[in-house]
Design a protein around this ligand. Structure first.
Ligand SMILES: [Zn+2]
Ligand SMILES: [Zn+2]
Length: 757
């Protein structure tokens, strides 16, 4: 017998629930190797035995072409004495050691499964829960590790003989697919009326019929319940808005296929790749003028959020309807998305005419992700289903386990250790008990599944944020306070795997500053461990505090009063519209009572939107600034002048900009042109500010972060100007520039400080 060797291999990363064991089985048996493969808490363990060159070939293929859904972090191997045992087996999961295995995100239905669902001769014909090793639910159904059926919400479904055969057959594409099931043994659909009583007949057909009549339906998805209505039916969309108490915030639309997407929006190659990716996010696309959707789907918006079907149920429903549907989170106003069956009828019964539901429980609530394409790459707006809990690889190791508690709006948290950061799914706005509980439970779940016990806890400096209070209440950990805008810049650094120092431009709505004013138009010279505030927007009072966020005309009053030193032109439309309350609000601003000072860029955008466009009050966060971007004439190159004043930190005088806007308005310039000139002016402010800091010895790399940089017009123009001046520009690709990225930034800062200990 020729010489045999036995190699022991450990594969770490996202390697469970992604078809890794069947892949190894096929590879090893194809090469005629003996041995075994199994999952344990660290990942996948393999033993292969055979001729030395064949074992070598096995290892090379393993490294070069692992299964498509796997994210291999590390492959380590060593030799042990050969045993001479013949055959290759898949062994059961071992338990007991430290848990290191990673869980895959949920994956959109694959082409093979779709083909089966459409084949009348297949036993899964028309089955709404078809899945395989390459697709199906993952993160949303896992409650423990290792990723095996008993640790998922599929545990209660006993496989039938046919499914069991597939599951145990190494040659089958469902070999060890944990959620495998079929009409005989798996979950079932049910259609319920608004009171929870079952409606007879085929549930998908019934749902399509009700939607076709203009009904609003709750549809159970992967990470929670959605509310659906035909996108082209004005009466249905209006009813949905009214019942959900959502006034203007755009709804997302699910289209049957790519052709349908192209009938509603312009789709370029990068956007097509995003739409059809395994994560299947909502992609914000330029809406076509002739798009057949009801006006209330996305009022006054040039963009439309589209997504393709990502579960078998969506495919069945959209296939039956052949028309786009609004598909929005199943909740009332700002509450978290409903995901428990027992909550669905009580909480959504007042909105939905009927419920398309099923009996596979959702363990982890997860909203749809939202993304834009910027220069052909991802610009995440909300990172959740399909991406979470994929770890972000960090450039620098995290010595002790860190928990970043996030901020308040668009909340996420982040657990990091070694080279991995696990940024959570989107939790929502952390403003009530329900979202706070969701945050706390989420931390416990991540800690359990990834075996991460936080030793260092990072938090925002704002004393009133529930995330800060949560951090301060944790016992036995080291606390690290991280300034909000430093966290933004650190998130952009971590996103790009860069350590700094950089010039960080952090423009957003508001964040608590080190001087107890509210920052938001900041130039920082920063690395991960620290920063200095090198420039900022001029401060103005926010008359009425939070009221000035909901009523941006108050910000217009504050900015106009500052720009004209009390002598505001009385014929301005914004003054006339708010004449009866103008003086009182200006007095509030001047007295400085209930009027905290802010250097916020988001609030300046609000003020300008109100002055030129008449948006006096908003119904969702960032609305006025978002509308300002929409109005802007993209072909306009003119920019208002703005000279930076002072040193260390320099100040961007808002008054000059506001006066230029008003002069143009009074001269009869079109609002679209004014909006564009204002955007261009801010882009120049960014470039001028950075050039000034580089000239005085600052770095030549710039990081752009904060919610204002979700604005593609500003982001594009600022990036172009900076590059023209020779800067390297870092933008976001893996986490959002908005507060959804804050938790990663906090964790990165805390880890950097921990490395310096
Ligand atoms: Zn599949
Ligand atoms: Zn079955």
């Amino acid at each position: 017998m020729s010489r045999r060797v036995r190699a022991v291999v450990l594969v770490e990363g996202v390697v469970q629930g992604v078809g890794f064991r069947p892949f190894v089985y096929g590879l090893a048996t194809g090469l005629g190797l003996d041995g075994l493969v199994g999952n344990d808490e660290r990942g996948v363990f393999i033993e292969v035995e055979g001729a030395p060159s064949t074992v070598e070939e096995f290892l090379t293929t393993l490294r070069k072409s692992p299964p498509p859904l796997a994210l291999v972090e590390r492959i380590s191997s060593g030799l042990v004495p050969a045993t001479g045992e013949a055959g290759f087996v898949i062994s059961g999961s071992a338990t007991g050691g430290p848990r290191r295995a990673l869980v895959s995100p949920d994956v959109a239905t694959c082409a093979d499964c779709l083909r089966e669902m459409g084949d009348p001769a297949d036993r899964r014909y028309g089955y709404a829960f078809t899945n395989c090793t390459n697709c199906g639910p993952r993160f949303t159904i896992v409650h423990g590790v290792p990723y095996d059926r008993p640790n998922t919400t599929m545990a209660a479904f006993k496989m039938c003989a046919d499914c069991a055969r597939e599951y145990h057959d190494p040659a089958d594409r469902r070999f060890h697919a944990q959620p495998v099931c079929c009409p005989a043994c798996g979950p079932r659909l049910r259609l319920l009326d608004s009171g929870g009583e079952e409606i007879a007949g085929d549930p998908v057909e019934g749902t399509a019929r009700l939607l076709g009549r203009g009904g609003v339906l709750a549809v159970k998805g992967l990470g929670g319940y959605h509310l659906a209505a035909l996108a082209a039916r004005a009466d249905a969309v209006t009813a949905l808005r009214e019942r959900k108490h959502r006034e203007d915030k755009p709804f997302a639309v699910m289209v049957p296929d790519l052709d349908a997407a192209r009938r509603l929006c312009d789709v370029d190659a990068a956007e097509e790749a995003l739409l059809t990716s395994r994560a299947r996010p909502i992609v914000l696309l330029r809406r076509r003028a002739d798009a057949e959707v009801a006006p209330l789907v996305a009022p006054g918006n040039r963009w439309l959020g589209l997504m393709l079907p990502y579960t078998p149920l969506h495919h069945l429903l959209l296939g039956r309807l052949g028309a786009p549907i609004v598909l929005t989170s199943g909740n009332v106003s700002d509450e978290p998305i409903v995901y428990l069956d027992e909550d669905a009828v009580p909480r959504l019964g007042g909105i939905a005419d009927a419920f398309l539901t099923h009996d596979r429980p959702i363990h982890m609530r997860t909203d749809d992700s939202v993304v834009r394409a910027f220069r052909g790459e991802d610009l995440p707006i909300r990172r959740s289903r399909g991406y979470v809990p994929h770890p972000l690889t960090l450039a620098r190791p995290v010595p002790r386990t860190v928990l970043g508690c996030g901020a308040e709006l668009k909340h996420t948290f982040c657990l990091a250790r070694d080279g991995h950061a696990f940024v959570s799914h989107h939790i929502g706005d952390l403003e009530n008990y329900e979202t706070l509980r969701s945050f706390a439970e989420g931390v416990d779940h991540f800690a359990r599944v990834f075996d991460l016990a936080p030793e260092v806890v990072a938090h925002d400096l704002h004393p009133e944020y529930l995330s800060t209070k949560y951090a301060l209440a944790r016992q036995g950990v080291d606390l690290v306070g991280v300034q909000h805008h430093h966290a933004h810049i650190a998130s952009c650094l971590a996103d790009n795997g860069v350590a700094g120092p950089v010039i960080g431009v952090a423009f957003d709505g508001l964040g608590y500053g080190e001087d107890a004013t509210l920052w938001g138009g900041e130039f920082l010279v920063a690395d991960l461990a620290g920063f200095t505030r090198a420039g900022r927007l001029a401060t103005v009072p926010m008359p009425g505090g939070a009221a000035a966020i909901r009523q941006p005309w108050r910000m217009a009053a504050a900015h106009l009063d500052a720009a004209y030193e009390g002598d505001v032109p009385a014929d301005l439309a914004v003054v006339r519209r708010n004449a009866d309350r103008w003086e009182a609000v200006v007095a509030l601003a001047r007295r400085g009572v209930s009027a905290p000072l802010t250097s916020s860029m988001g609030r300046l955008f609000d003020a300008v939107a109100t002055i030129i466009g008449g948006r006096d009050a908003i119904t969702y966060e960032g609305q006025a600034a978002i509308e300002l971007e929409q109005w802007a004439d993209q072909t306009e190159d003119g920019a208002y002048g703005c000279r930076l004043v002072g040193r260390e930190p320099f100040v961007v005088p808002c008054a000059e900009l506001v006066r230029a806007v008003v002069e143009d308005l009074r001269a009869g310039t079109a609002p679209a042109v004014i909006a564009a000139r204002f955007h261009n002016a801010i882009a120049h402010v960014v470039a001028d500010g950075c050039a000034r800091l580089r000239d005085s010895g600052g770095p030549a790399t710039v990081a752009l972060s904060g919610g204002v940089f979700q604005n593609l017009l500003l982001l594009g123009r600022a990036t172009a100007l900076l590059e023209a001046r020779g800067f390297r520009v870092l933008t976001h690709h893996r986490v959002p520039p908005n507060d959804g990225g804050i938790s990663l930034g906090q964790a990165a800062v805390a880890a950097a400080r921990d490395r310096l200990r």
